[in-house]
Write a protein that binds this ligand. Structure first.
Ligand code: AHR
Length: 324
């Protein structure tokens, strides 16, 4: 199981500190002191993920939580093995960001049987037994997809004739891929001119986005719009579009999700057209929930983080202080 480059994580953690990042300055708490938290992270596939890992590491240090971080390299088997190790080590709380939605019931039941509370963070799990976890902390991915679709409907309001859309999805089976696809489809369905002509998995990576977009460009001569499920895949696609002599943002309109620094820079330059924020700075809220779960305080079953959207002008305005 590989962890992301320590250097990258340190740089991001340093940046969060240097920027003052109100979100990442959770006070130390006596109640949280000495808590042992096992956290299984998805991988290191995107800028979002690196910022999320750095936020959790930084917040754990601030809250005096002993963090055992395992990075799963995008593999569910690695996450299940890590959770079993946390159970064997009798940690106080387990948290994890599930790479895919389904297939967690057995290992979560093992954690429950061992009396260890589990917090699901970032991505959701698909299970009928909601007693298997204490809460879910993260984004509303369906709303993110819907915001992307709503911008598209508005942008092409006066357009006559069909608009050909391609979609670069996130990791197959993951909550953000499933829910962003659904939200987007719901938002555009009333406008019958807006047609998704192709859709493939780009695995939330730049390389994946570039490869998938190259394939789309070979097979479809008339793409008007790309909806990429994250910035990294969208930026990979920008490279593929430029490689065939087309202008990203002009010849093909591009919507992405995350609002990382690189995504917002491309938006400010006009190579992306609209970016939906997905906030990775979940560390402080996670530590607060960990402290409460450990001390038996009640917590909401679902905690959704606040997020916004960016057009070109909004991107230019926030870029100087963007933390990730
Ligand atoms: O689960 C959040 C998603 O995972 C982010 O949008 C993406 O960048 C990451 O890989």
């Amino acid at each position: 199981m590989r962890r992301p480059s320590t250097f990258l994580v340190l740089v991001l953690a340093g940046l969060l500190t240097a920027c003052g990042g109100g979100e990442d300055t959770a006070p130390r708490s006596a109640a949280q002191g000495g808590i042992r938290l096992g956290f299984s992270q998805v991988g290191a596939e995107s800028a979002w993920r690196l910022a999320n890992t750095a936020s959790i590491e930084h917040a754990a240090t601030n809250a005096s939580v002993q963090l055992d971080l395992r990075v799963a390299d995008g593999k569910q088997d690695n996450q299940i093995a890590a959770i079993r190790e946390f159970i064997a080590a009798k940690v106080d709380v387990i948290a994890f960001s599930p790479v895919v939605e389904s297939g967690w019931d057995k290992v979560l039941q093992e954690a429950k049987d061992a009396g260890i509370p589990v917090i699901v963070t970032d991505r959701t799990v698909d299970t009928t037994d909601t007693s298997l976890f204490a809460t879910v902390l993260g984004s509303d991915f369906t709303a993110e997809g819907r915001k992307a679709g709503e911008w598209l409907v508005e942008h092409f309001r006066d357009h006559k004739g069909p608009v050909q859309i391609v979609e670069i999805e996130g990791t197959t089976g993951s909550a953000p891929a499933n829910q962003r696809r659904t939200g987007f489809a719901d938002a555009i369905k009333a406008d019958t001119d807006l047609k998704v002509i192709d859709s493939r998995d780009g695995n939330f990576t730049r390389a994946g986005g570039e490869q998938v977009m190259s394939g789309f460009l070979q097979e479809h001569s008339d793409i008007d719009v790309l909806f990429a499920h994250n910035d990294d895949a969208g930026l990979g696609a920008v490279k593929a579009i430029e490689a065939v002599g087309k202008r990203p943002g002009e010849d093909i309109k591009i919507i992405t999700v995350d609002a990382s620094r690189d995504g917002l820079s491309a938006l400010a330059e006009g190579r992306l057209n609209y970016v939906i924020e997905c906030n990775p700075l979940l560390g402080p809220q996670l530590m607060e929930l960990v402290g409460k779960v450990k001390t038996g305080q009640s917590i909401p079953r679902r905690v959704v983080v606040d997020e916004t959207t960016f057009d070109r002008e909004a991107a230019k305005a926030v870029l100087p202080n963007r933390q990730y």
